[in-house]
Design a protein around this ligand. Structure first.
Ligand code: PAF
Length: 279
């Protein structure tokens, strides 16, 4: 049975007597197959598993979807129970940010001023700030993140390395819907037709990877080719499509044929979708 806990004190007291290793999956709820894949990996290596369910206002910019972000605690609890999560932690804003006393985490600009950070100002600072607080509360041995939010994963690794957390960061592969669209809470905003259109995002990523791996194009040329492909799909508006090194998300040399990612953010009917592929 999954225990639902709402306060930091109650969670800490429950965790003081839990079996180790302790695993932790931070989420904003509205759990989908991507989250379930994290739960499965975590269950395999941890004796106790905590999943947090908190829509973090700090990581939403003005005009973004904080208010309408899907929330469904009952369905999330059912998913946690079905998958044997031990604790679902559902704190209030005040519980996480008491009296607005917040230690804001400042990240290196090399991580925040690229890719999604160019348009989502302060987003990663908001993510790092809530994770700093949650990691301190849970004090887990393992933390689990999906590779769809790839830039976020690099932020998490930076946070653990630079803020003295002892947790091991595990990253799990992207889970896709049957048409190739990466699983995301925001897919709930899309109609069936829009999802079919959005499936072209993954096609563009695969095209770029194929063009590099077969030696036809350099990463830069492959990027242009995929941008042309996406420009022909009505309703899709590309925010960025870029190649970044696997090492640290720095720019990729034109000589590279592996050891990097193509990452993209695309807008469709007012919904922002991100995806990536490793080359
Ligand atoms: O990926 C998410 O759902 C959120 O960014 C996270 C990591 C739970 C922080 O609020």
């Amino acid at each position: 049975m999954t225990v639902l806990i709402k306060t930091v004190n109650e969670l800490k007291s429950k965790l003081s007597e839990c079996n180790k290793p302790l695993g932790f999956i931070p989420t904003m709820g509205s759990l989908h197959d991507g989250h379930i894949s994290l739960i499965k990996v975590a269950k395999d290596e941890c004796k106790t598993l905590v999943l947090s369910n908190f829509v973090n206002k700090l990581q939403f910019g003005q005009g973004e979807d904080f208010e309408k972000y899907p929330r469904d605690i009952e369905s999330d609890l059912k998913i946690c129970e079905d998958n044997k999560v031990d604790i679902m932690f559902v704190p209030s804003h005040e519980e996480i940010y008491p009296n607005e006393e917040i230690e804001i985490v400042t990240l290196p600009v090399e991580l925040t001023d690229i890719l999604c950070g160019k348009t989502r100002k302060n987003h990663f600072q908001g993510v790092a700030t809530v994770l700093h607080r949650l990691f301190n509360i849970v004090n887990a041995d393992f933390v689990y993140f999906g590779e769809k939010d790839l830039q976020q994963l690099y932020v998490v690794r930076w946070l653990v390395a630079n803020k003295s957390f002892s947790a091991t960061v595990r990253s799990c592969p992207i889970i896709r819907e049957s048409n190739g669209l990466a699983c995301s809470t925001r897919n709930k905003y899309l109609t069936k037709d829009e999802k079919d259109t959005a499936a072209n995002i993954y096609k563009a990523l695969k095209l770029a990877k194929g063009n590099v791996r077969s030696g036809i194009f350099t990463p830069g040329k492959a990027t242009l080719e995929s941008l042309v492909f996406l420009s022909k799909i009505p309703k899709l508006k590309v925010e960025y499509f870029e190649a970044k090194s696997k090492n640290d998300l720095s720019p990729v040399s034109e000589k590279k044929v592996s050891g990097f990612y193509f990452l993209t953010a695309v807008h469709l009917s007012g919904i922002r979708l991100i995806d990536n592929i490793e080359v």
